[in-house]
Write a protein that binds this ligand. Structure first.
Ligand SMILES: NC(=O)c1ccc[n+]([C@@H]2O[C@H](COP(=O)([O-])OP(=O)(O)OC[C@H]3O[C@@H](n4cnc5c(N)ncnc54)[C@H](O)[C@@H]3O)[C@@H](O)[C@H]2O)c1
Ligand SMILES: [Zn+2]
Ligand SMILES: [Zn+2]
Length: 349
């Protein structure tokens, strides 16, 4: 079958037509992939950056960790799905045995393996995965939306990690990539009073504005502008750092009121300095971070919002390409794009 493969520990990918057909082993399902979504991690894996190398891939591996499809085969012992079910996939394979897994924090499992890194992923016509990571799509949810749920689940987790501190509040979002945009959309859906986002890329600024967000540029005086909007409250109630860019934390801390919450989602490539005395002790700001999705609370909450049509995600998609154009899809990530999808059934252009 056709698949996008990371074959060796070096820059680049291979588009293969002779990749071995996957089979559903015990506890696994075989899925006909409908759509797969790319994210910054795929670009890192393509470039073979230091952060990509840190994932310690089992090479060669089919890439792709965000996807959806239809169940076409059941391995031994699988009773939770049937042929024809439409599913999305959690990308983190957790052990179920460590302390984190056994105490309700499987998203921090110390033995996490990742789809498209440690087992063959979804940039392929078919994929075999543990039934445990599949999530049944409600009837109203399209397969294309299904492919966006893994990434959107990160945004959902960020909102959950803030203590849902968005309803009726002033919300600041730093970075309007797909994850930041979904946080903005969720904040609005959940009733935020004001959502301000900081983003330098004009295309993404426009995507944020279309949601009803007030957009600032990183070179603006973000802290002063937020404090002005907040008036006597003294600053914004909650901030989300979703750029992963270094040096962006100071204006966020400055923009927040006392006893506010800052949630970090972006992974800066190096340690960041934090003024503990001023921001954490005297200002009382709670700093929290997230990794992946809470299993399974983030999926459960996200599906409820999507199913009830309070939250739509299709507006995120700007490009759809066949598997053989995977190089081009990765290039698009650095340009004017929202979510880029690889659709195995699509004819190449
Ligand atoms: N914690 C997790 O589990 C998790 C999961 C997924 C992604 N991430 C990370 O979250 C971040 C966002 O993911 P994404 O897919 O939306 O990435 P992305 O790279 O598409 O988005 C980042 C955005 O930040 C903008 N930006 C650049 N400089 C900025 C600045 N100085 N101030 C504000 N914005 C700036 C960029 O223009 C871009 O639109 C990345 O760092 C990614 O690695 C973390
Ligand atoms: Zn991803
Ligand atoms: Zn575990």
């Amino acid at each position: 079958m056709r698949a996008v493969v990371k074959a060796a520990a070096e820059r680049g990918i291979e588009i293969r037509d002779d990749w071995r057909e996957p089979e559903a082993g015990p506890g696994e399902v075989l899925i006909q992939v409908a759509a797969a979504s790319l994210c910054g991690t795929d670009r890192e894996l393509y470039e073979w950056s230091a952060s990509a190398q840190a994932f310690a891939l089992d090479l060669p591996a089919v890439l792709g960790h965000e996807g959806s499809g239809t169940v076409i085969g059941l391995g031994e012992g699988v009773t939770s799905f049937k042929i024809g079910d439409r599913v999305a996939m959690e990308s983190h394979l957790v052990c179920g045995e460590c302390h984190a897994c056994r105490s309700g924090s499987a998203h921090t499992c110390e033995r996490t393996r990742i789809l498209g890194m440690h087992i063959d992923g979804v940039f392929a016509e078919r994929v075999a995965v543990p039934a445990d990571i599949c999530v049944l799509l409600p009837e109203q949810v399209s397969l294309e939306t299904g492919a966006l749920l893994e990434g959107a689940g990160v945004a959902m987790h960020a909102i959950q990690r803030s203590g849902y501190a968005v309803a009726g509040q002033n919300v600041l979002i730093n970075g309007c990539g797909p994850v930041g945009l979904v946080i903005a959309k969720l904040a609005l859906v959940l009733g935020a009073a004001n959502v301000v986002a900081v983003e330098p890329n004009p295309f993404r600024q426009q995507q944020a504005r279309a949601l009803g967000v007030t957009v600032l540029h990183p070179q603006d005086d973000v802290a002063a502008m937020c404090r002005e909007i907040a008036g006597t409250r003294g600053g914004f109630d909650v901030a989300f750092e979703v750029s992963g860019v270094r040096g962006v934390l100071p204006p966020l801390f400055e923009a927040l009121r006392r006893e506010a919450t800052l949630v970090t989602i972006g992974h800066p490539g190096e340690p960041a300095a934090i003024d503990i005395a001023q921001w954490i002790n005297k200002k009382g700001i709670t700093l929290r971070g997230i990794y992946g999705r809470r299993l399974w609370e983030s999926w459960d909450q996200l599906l409820l919002l999507v199913q009830s049509e309070r939250l739509t995600l299709d507006w995120l998609v700007t490009h759809r390409l066949p598997l053989e154009q995977a190089d081009e899809a990765i290039d698009l990530l650095s340009g004017d794009a929202g979510k880029v999808l690889l659709v195995p059934g699509l004819a190449s252009s």
